[in-house]
Structures are given as C-alpha cells and as structure tokens.
Ligand binder design. Structure first.
Ligand SMILES: Cc1cc2nc3c(=O)[nH]c(=O)nc-3n(C[C@H](O)[C@H](O)[C@H](O)COP(=O)(O)OP(=O)(O)OC[C@H]3O[C@@H](n4cnc5c(N)ncnc54)[C@H](O)[C@@H]3O)c2cc1C
Ligand SMILES: *[C@@H]1O[C@H](CO)[C@@H](O)[C@H](O)[C@H]1NC(C)=O
Ligand SMILES: CC(=O)N[C@H]1CO[C@H](CO)[C@@H](O)[C@@H]1O
Length: 735
C-alpha cells in the first residue's frame, strides 16, 4: 500500500461523509413537514368491520358475485397487490383483490426475508451525488422502520456482519455504513459498529479466520415474508375488502369507449366463472405483469426483465442465532449471504436471467454453485455438505425496464406505475420493503388519473397502521400462552411470533395432549414447533389446499422439505375433516403437494445425494460386509463411528487418511447423526468399490480410489456445468 493509495482512501472516505451530509441536509426541510402524528389523525371512516371472526372464503366469493361495482379491483395477492388493497380500502374505497394461486405464492414468499433500505444503492447515490437514488434509500429506510412498527410480531431488527478482507477497506466501509445510519436518522434501527477480527470471530465463530481483517455490523430488519403478506390481506379484510385466493382474472372487460370497466374471474377450486365490475383495475401480478399488459394490448413493449434468485436452507449451525453475514463485495459483484431464519440458515444467492413461470424450480447447478461459494467463507469445522441442503427455492425478480424511455426517475425509484390507454394501472418492480409506499403511490396515481371515478374519503392511512396480530402483541406475550393454556414455551414462542395477538385464537383450537405437560398442543413434527391446531386455523386464514399450509401458513417446506413430506399425511387428515375431503380428493392433495415439494422446494435436486448408486454388491458381499459391520459394532450400538471405520478400511487393505475419512463420514452419513448405520455403511463400501458415486466431497474422495484402480479421471462437477456426474471419463496419467 503506497502513501498515495492511502491518501485516496482517506479522501474518498472523507468525501463520502461530506457528500452524505450534503444530501441529508438538502433533504431536511422536505421531511420535517411530513412528521405528523399519524395515529392522532385517523379519519372517522377508518373502522374495522369485522373485529372477531374473519369472513370465510365463501363469503368473499359471494360478495364478489353480488357487489354491483367495486371502486378498485386488484389483480395479484403478493406483497404489492395486498398492499394496494389495504391502501385502497383504508381510504374508504370499495375494494376487491383476487389472487389466482395462494396469497404470497409468488415471489413474495421466496424473498431473502430482509427488510432493507439498500446499502448498495446508498453507496451509488453518494458516489454519484444522485439525489433520486438517495431519496429512494431514504424512503426505503422509512418503510423499513414502518414495517418493524406495524407488525412487531413478524418483523424484528436484524444485525448483519460485513466481513472485511483488506484492512484499507475498513474506513471506507465504516463511513458507508455510518452514512446509512445517518440517512435513516430517527428511523434508524440500531447503530452500526466496528468489530476487530477477534471480536468478529466471537460473534460469528463459523467464519474462516484467514485473510479476515475485521468486520462491520449494521442493522436492517428481517421478517416472515409469507406471513407478513397474509397479515396485509387479513388486515384489508378487517377493514372491509373482499379478498379471494385461487381466483384468477381470465379476461379484461372494456366498455364501448374502450375503457376498462371490469374483469372476468375464475374460481380455480370450482371452475366457476363470472364477471365483476370495477371502476379501476390494478394489475399487481409481479413478474407476470407483461402477460397482463399484453392482454390489455398485445403490442405492449416488455417492461419486465425477469431473473431468478435461488436460496437454500441449511442447518442452524451454519450461522449464529441472531446475526447474519453478507458480503456485498464479491469480486464479480454478486451478493453472498448467510442469514439465520426460523432457527435455520438461509444462504444465497444466484442471479440468472430466466423465463417467467408459475412454479420456478431451483436446479442442482444453482445449489452446487451456492455451496461452492459459501464454502469460501466458513472454517473447516463447518463441513459444507450437499446433504445439509434442507430446502431450496427460486424466486423471480421482476427487474423493471422502463417502457417510456427518458423517464429515468422511475428507474431510479426501482418500480414503475404505468397507466394504459384503456385505464389499466400496472404497478411493478420495487421490493418487499417498499410495498407500502408503492401501494400508496399507486392509489394516488389512480385517484389523480380518474378523479371522477374514485372518491376516496381520505389520504393514504397505511403509514403506521397496525397489521393483523400486531395490536396487543408484546415480546413476552408468549408467557401467557404457557401459563394460561399449558403450551410448551418453544411452541408458545412460535405461535406468538407468527400470529401475534391472534395466537390465543390458535391456542383455543389446540387439543389436549393427554399428557401432564404440555397440556395442549400436539406437535405435527417432533423437530418443529408447529402444532395441529395451526392447520385448523390455517383454513380460517383461507388456506385451501395442503400446499397453502406447508408453504405459507406454516413455513415448513422452506425449512425442511423432508419434514414437510413427513407431516403431509397428518395435515391432509386434519384438512379432510375440516373441508370434508373425500378419499380421492385427499389423495389428489397429497400428490399435488409432493409434486410441489419436488419441483419448487428442491426435493428432486436433493435426491441425487440420497443413495444414488444402487447397491452394486452381490448377495455374498452384502452378507460379508453386514457381518463385518456387526463385528465392528462391538457394543451392538446399531451404528459405527469414525474409529470403527478407520479399522475397517485397514482390514480391507485400503489406505484412507484421517482427512479423507472425515470427509467420507460426513458425506455418507446421510441422516446426519454423526454415526454410520448399516445401510449407510453398505452404500459406502459399494460406492467405494464401483466408483459410481454422486456428489462433491464424497465423489472427490472416492474418485481417488477410482483413479488408483483404473487410471481414469472423472470429469468434475464444475467442469461438466454442474449437471453431469457419472459419464464422461477422460484418461489421465495417474502418478
Ligand atoms: C430472490 C429474491 C429475493 C428478494 N429478497 C428481497 C428482500 O430480502 N427484501 C425485499 O425487500 N425484497 C426482496 N425481493 C423483492 C420482493 O420479493 C419483490 O419485490 C416482491 O415480493 C414482489 O411482490 P409482487 O406482489 O409484486 O409479486 P408476487 O409476489 O410475484 O405476486 C404476484 C401475484 O400475482 C398473481 N397473479 C398473476 N397473474 C394473475 C391473474 N391473472 N389473476 C390473479 N392473480 C394473478 C400471482 O399468482 C402472484 O401471487 C426479492 C426478490 C427476489 C426474486
Ligand atoms: C385450476 O388451475 C390449474 C392450473 O392452472 C388447472 O390445471 C385446473 O384445471 C384448474 N381447476 C379448475 C377447477 O378450474
Ligand atoms: C385488468 C387486467 O389487465 N387484467 C389482466 C391481469 O392479468 C391476467 C393474467 O395475466 C389477465 O388475464 C388480465 O386480463
């Protein structure tokens, strides 16, 4: 490092600070007027129409058929559409929302679950002195604070560590992060701070020591995205909106002047179709926006450039309980992160251009790619294994290209609001965090465009408006569930942090366990705090099929796809009782849910690691190795350990180093209990003998054996593009 580089860094960091100060100052006057106490000024029309029970889905469908005309019809029940419906209904507009699949079944349940202002955008804003970018970050930071406030049961402040690998980056990162705090102003979550290398490793012990110089910790928020989405819907319903899932828009209806006046709806549960009238129609269909706009006018230019982002779920020990890690500065510009979520770790992500699909599927290549990337960050105690991937999913980013060139403001703002000639209002892009401001802006735009059609009773009311469950929630509310109902603390905690003050309604549905403790609340799966009563409650929250329950009411399929498969029969049994499903219907539900787990939650991708090689051992060999296994397992424990294995390899005349042995054990131990059971042992021997093995680490270790025996080298996973495992051998000189 020369003096000049140092000088550059100091100047750069200093300049960064000054520029921020200027931006914030010029913004100051604008914002002070915005600060009115929202709660005190709620208009009289803002009243919940149903405080206790929620109307059923059938009630909503009936209303959708009988209401002569809605003010606003929202198409799409993701974060954006739900936010729009809530904004519209709380302004006193007659509002309906239809979602062709389940609420939050699209991108909104597949996000990274961060509530963030966008540190990276701020960097751009400051370096380029770009005021629009700056306003966007400022707005996102306001929304971040709002989301933490209106749904305290579903969202919380979340510390994120930025590892620093070059000491000269420290001042640069530090100033950048302090600018982020500073811009957030009174809306800041908590102050960021610097950690020395030693402290960083205390906070994040799984991190690789080498090259680390230190770390910076800053705060954003985290939430349960699908539940947040549902809370928006339920709140809109409480204020009088009619919202129906599994109802799609199949056609737009225009009047004699070519203006939109309604839409044809189709109930996907019954196949029934009917028209609904609406003064204004809002398309909030996320990455589907283009297909909708083209329905309106087939010659529309594309405004979406979809790209897929894959996440994987790993066991909780990949990250500390309550701190995430994010590297925004990978050499090729991708963002790598490990974030604890619901006691597991979410890691990601990829960014690949894709086609829009209703069921995006994570590929094995995507999963391998993420594993390879995260390996670089973890120390050798955290052995990154393919078998640890519990679930994987893909979300489609609707990156918005602006249809009307020259309108750079909307690009900078990351979302667009487009009004077509026939009056279709499209809202697309943005992020989860800013759903509310986007929604308010959309309704503002609608009111401005159609002053004769829309007569709202007030301005937007959603800033600071509490969502379903948030009202009486407190951080210690779960204790009452333990003490009053006799629910296990872990379950009570989960209920409180999922349903907020509605957790008591769930507790009332919970059946007696028949044991002394817990008194009520039978778990659906021993490893998860989900209880059977939640399935019954899910139906009251408009879950219509098994997938709605495992993916969005409970988040089980995102956490552990195998566990989700295990509890399916139980869930379907309960749903069958509640919804009077026939045997045939129950079977169809099961098949559909399995299909979902396989295609959308990474179950199929996962399959390759499980017992890939059919046992290529003869019956005599099986007998031989079985008795060998039993002789190794002297204490008749039913499993063998690494020491037993070492002895066994010796006896077989195979030289395997301790390092290799450790690797082998970790890969072959498919159920990850640190022990090798008979089946696993036979598989290991078989794989070692045949060289016919599947993945990563294990493959590499066994490949050595294979090469020794044959002199051939197997083409690596990376070189085959991530797909090919057992073809394509090339001759190598093995020395
Ligand atoms: C990988 C990834 C990670 C992300 N991480 C974050 C993050 O950490 N933080 C953040 O703030 N943002 C994040 N985002 C962005 C955020 O997830 C999206 O901006 C947001 O979810 C978009 O919501 P939406 O409602 O516009 O779209 P969607 O959630 O896709 O909703 C659109 C809905 O419209 C429905 N629909 C389509 N056609 C019809 C029809 N004809 N009739 C009825 N309904 C229809 C679909 O079924 C779908 O449910 C992430 C995005 C991706 C892709
Ligand atoms: C519901 O939607 C699916 C997928 O689009 C379709 O295959 C099915 O036929 C629909 N069901 C009804 C009753 O319309
Ligand atoms: C009003 C409107 O444009 N509705 C469209 C929404 O999207 C669906 C499906 O993509 C179309 O069929 C509708 O015409």
């Amino acid at each position: 490092m020369t003096f000049w580089t140092l000088r550059k860094i100091v100047l750069c960091s200093g300049g960064f600070g000054l520029a921020t100060y200027n931006l914030v100052w010029s913004d100051h006057q604008l914002l002070t007027t915005e600060k009115l106490s929202a709660e005190a000024k709620r208009p009289a029309h803002l009243k919940m129409i149903s405080k206790k029970g929620l109307p059923s889905r059938a009630d909503h469908i009936k209303a959708l058929k009988e209401t002569p005309e809605y003010d606003v019809l929202v198409v799409g029940g993701g974060a954006t559409g739900s936010g729009v419906a809530l904004d519209a209904v709380t302004r006193g507009l007659k509002t309906a929302l239809v979602e062709m699949d389940d609420f939050s079944s699209g991108t909104s349940s597949r996000s990274t679950k961060l509530i963030h202002g966008g540190v990276r955008y701020l960097q751009k804003a400051i370096l380029k002195l770009d005021y629009d970018q700056y306003r966007m970050v400022k707005e996102a930071l306001h929304e971040r604070a709002n989301l933490l406030e209106i749904a305290p049961h579903l969202s919380y402040p979340f510390p994120i560590m930025l590892p620093v690998y070059h000491w000269w980056q420290i001042p640069y990162f530090w100033v950048g992060i302090k600018a982020y705090d500073f811009v957030a102003g009174s809306k800041n979550v908590k102050s960021s701070y610097y950690l020395s290398k030693k402290k960083a490793l205390e906070h994040f012990p799984m991190l690789k020591k080498e090259k680390l110089c230190g770390a910076i910790v800053y705060y954003d928020g985290q939430h349960n995205d699908a539940r947040m989405n549902l809370a928006l819907i339920l709140t809109a319903v409480r204020y009088g909106a009619n919202c129906a899932n599994h109802v799609g828009v199949t056609e737009l209806i225009k009047d004699e002047n070519g203006q939109l006046c309604g839409a044809k709806l189709k109930d996907n549960l019954t196949g029934e179709e009917w028209p609904v009238k609406a003064k204004v129609i809002i398309n909030a269909t996320g990455p589907f926006t283009d297909s909708i706009r083209r329905m309106d006018n087939p010659d529309q230019r594309l405004i979406c450039q979809p790209s897929a982002g894959v996440h994987i779920t790993l066991p909780g020990y990949y990250s500390p309980d309550s701190m995430g890690l994010l590297d925004p500065a990978t050499s090729d510009g991708r963002v790598i992160f490990f974030l604890p979520w619901q006691k597991f770790t979410i890691a990601g992500t990829t960014d690949t251009p894709c086609e829009v699909s209703t069921n995006p599927s994570p590929s094995e290549a995507d999963i391998q790619f993420i594993l390879q990337e995260i390996k670089k960050y973890l120390n050798s105690d955290v052995n990154v294994r393919r078998g640890d991937v519990m679930s994987a999913w893909s979300g489609i980013r609707p990156l918005v290209l602006d249809p009307s060139k020259g309108n750079t403001e909307s690009i900078a703002r990351n979302h667009i609001i487009d009004i077509s000639e026939s009056g279709l209002i499209t809202i697309a892009g943005g992020k989860w965090t800013t759903y509310r401001s986007m929604a308010a802006e959309t309704i503002d735009a609608a009111v401005k465009k159609f002053p004769d059609r829309l007569k709202p009773l007030s301005e937007s009311q959603t800033d600071g408006l509490l969502l379903e469950g948030g009202d009486e929630w407190t951080p210690t509310m779960f204790i009452r569930l333990v003490q009053d109902y006799g629910i296990e603390p872990e379950v009570a905690n989960h209920l409180a942090n999922t349903y907020g003050d509605r957790a008591f309604a769930v507790a009332k549905l919970a059946e007696l366990t028949g044991r002394r403790w817990p008194v009520v609340g039978n778990r659906l799966h021993p490893e998860f705090p989900y209880i059977a009563a939640e399935v019954r409650f899910a139906i009251r929250e408009y879950a219509c099929n098994a997938v709605d329950v495992i993916a969005r009411r409970l988040r089980l399929s995102f956490l552990n796809v195998e566990a989700a498969e295990e509890v399916l029969p139980k869930i379907i049994e309960i749903m069958s009782q509640e919804l009077k499903w026939s045997k045939k219907e129950a079977q169809a539900q099961y098949d559909k849910a399995i299909e979902f787990l396989h295609t959308e939650m990474g179950k199929n991708a996962n399959k390759q690691v499980k017992m890939v090689s059919p046992l290529s051992l003869s019956a005599t060999e099986i007998n031989k190795y079985t008795s060998q296994f039993h002789s190794m397992d002297k204490e008749k424990k039913g499993y063998i350990t690494i020491n037993d294995l070492r002895r066994s390899f010796k006896a077989l005349g195979q030289k395997v180093s301790d390092e290799e042995l450790h690797v082998l054990l970790s890969e072959v131990d498919v159920n990850k209990n640190g022990q090798v059971e008979l089946g696993e042992y036979l598989w290991l021997i078989s794989a070692l003998k045949s060289g016919d093995v599947a993945t990563s680490v294990f493959a590499a270790a066994v490949e050595l054996e294979h090469q020794r025996e044959t002199g051939y080298k197997q083409i690596s996973v990376e070189r085959s593009g991530g797909g090919v495992y057992k073809t394509n051998y090339e001759k190598v000189a093995y020395g």
